[in-house]
Ligand binder design. Structure first.
Ligand code: UD1
Length: 372
């Protein structure tokens, strides 16, 4: 386990923002795509943050960018694997944690079909290790990172949280298993409160261009692939199928800006105390967009059309996945505000400023010279 010391004493200008509510949150997977944007959002709203990550699909440099954007320091960052209960326990011993936001997991659907054991071990085993450690330390509030993929091939129309789950990959099944475990834990141990957030398709980047989605190797997901085509790293996008029963034959998804996604985690934390037990919320916009609509929007913001070629369907893809996003609006008064053009514009800015992702960015968090 590697530990970076708290740096508050270095006193960045403007570092102290009103603390509302005053609590300390542990973020697992804090260096990841959604985790890092959520860290910024929580720092911006006065939370004290402790972050852990094993950097299996991320880099420590992310935290220097988080701190630069937020103009505040993360309380402490630990390099550890969440399955390592000894290391995790040491973090809880050292800090008085009020709540946990748990992102740390493997997340690639295709990879999960080739590495099911690793996916169950990390995603399910990591979650139970975290739960045991939380329980041992009297921490009972959790925001859990789930996925719309639990719905599987649910057909057309928007999906509410009570649509039956039909996971079709080890990744989706691992998230569904975690939900079942968390639900059971909440039923048996009434001191626990868990909010499960089922993400639809988070895309985009921080508007500063400092944080974004930086996949290693060939991107599996649409938006990062399109961004790499736009900048010339790849020749053309392969559109996986134009024979779906959709508006233009291509797949429909509910793309949600990662900033809206991050904001929803902060709002969820604010509502953890509302009701005990486990509660599930979709995180989407509630509007479906086709692959070709994304291609067109990205071409518009990047200033030139995105070359593409229609190829066969990708195994395991479904025609349409769109959220019924009304529950979060009803219970929290929260809804996504950023549109597809914002998502493309911010993803494009990140791609331009970081043509090779975070690779080559200078130094870790302690190499930060200051904001600005
Ligand atoms: C998948 C997972 C989701 C996960 C997300 C990000 C499912 C049902 N969903 O979403 O849980 O959070 O990845 O890891 O498995 N497309 C192309 N060409 C490409 C890439 C994608 O045409 O090169 C199309 C796909 O066919 C699909 C749409 O773009 O219609 C979105 O694909 P993608 O970005 O990979 O996300 P999902 O598969 O929806």
């Amino acid at each position: 386990m590697t530990h970076s010391e708290p740096d508050h004493q270095r006193g960045l200008a403007g570092g102290a923002r009103p603390a509302s509510p005053p609590s300390t949150v542990l973020v697992t997977g804090g260096a990841g795509f959604i985790g890092s944007h959520t860290c910024v959002e929580l720092l911006d709203h006065g939370y004290e943050l402790i972050a852990v990550d094993n950097y299996s699909n991320s880099t420590p440099q992310v935290f220097s960018r988080v701190e630069r954007i937020a103009d505040r320091f993360v309380g402490a960052v630990y390099e550890l694997d969440i399955r390592d209960r000894h290391a995790l326990s040491a973090v809880f011993d050292r800090h008085s944690v009020d709540a946990v936001v748990h992102f740390a997991a493997h997340k690639a659907v295709g990879e999960s079909t080739r590495m099911p054991v690793e996916y169950y071990d990390t995603n399910v085993g990591g979650t139970t290790a975290l739960l045991r450690t939380m329980r041992e330390h009297g921490v009972h509030q959790l925001v859990f990172s789930s996925s719309s993929s639990v719905y599987g091939d649910a057909g057309h129309g928007s999906l509410s949280e009570d649509t039956p789950a039909r996971p079709t990959s080890p990744y989706a099944a691992s998230k569904w298993l975690c939900e079942r475990i968390l639900d059971d834990v909440c039923r048996r141990l009434p001191e626990f409160t868990v909010l499960c957030l089922r993400y639809f398709n988070p895309v985009g980047a921080h508007p500063s261009g400092l944080l974004g989605e930086a996949p290693v190797g060939v991107p599996e997901n649409l938006m990062p692939y399109v961004a790499q085509v736009a900048i010339g790293l790849r020749e053309r996008l392969h559109v996986f199928g134009d024979d779906y029963a959709t508006v233009d034959g291509t797949g429909i998804r509910d793309y949600i800006h990662v900033m809206d996604t991050a904001e929803a985690h902060r709002v969820a934390l604010d509502h953890l105390a509302d009701a005990p037990g486990m509660h599930v919320y979709n995180l989407g916009v509630g509007r479906g967009r086709s692959v070709l609509e994304v291609v067109e929007a990205f071409g518009e913001v990047s200033g030139s059309p995105i070359p593409y070629q229609i190829v066969g369907r990708r195994p395991g893809d479904v025609a349409e996945l769109v959220a019924d996003a009304t529950a979060a609006a009803r219970d929290w008064g929260w809804q996504a505000t950023r549109d597809l053009i914002d998502m493309c514009r911010d993803a494009w800015r990140f791609q331009q400023l970081n043509p090779h992702g975070y690779a080559g960015s200078a130094g870790g968090r302690n190499a930060m010279s200051g904001p600005g």
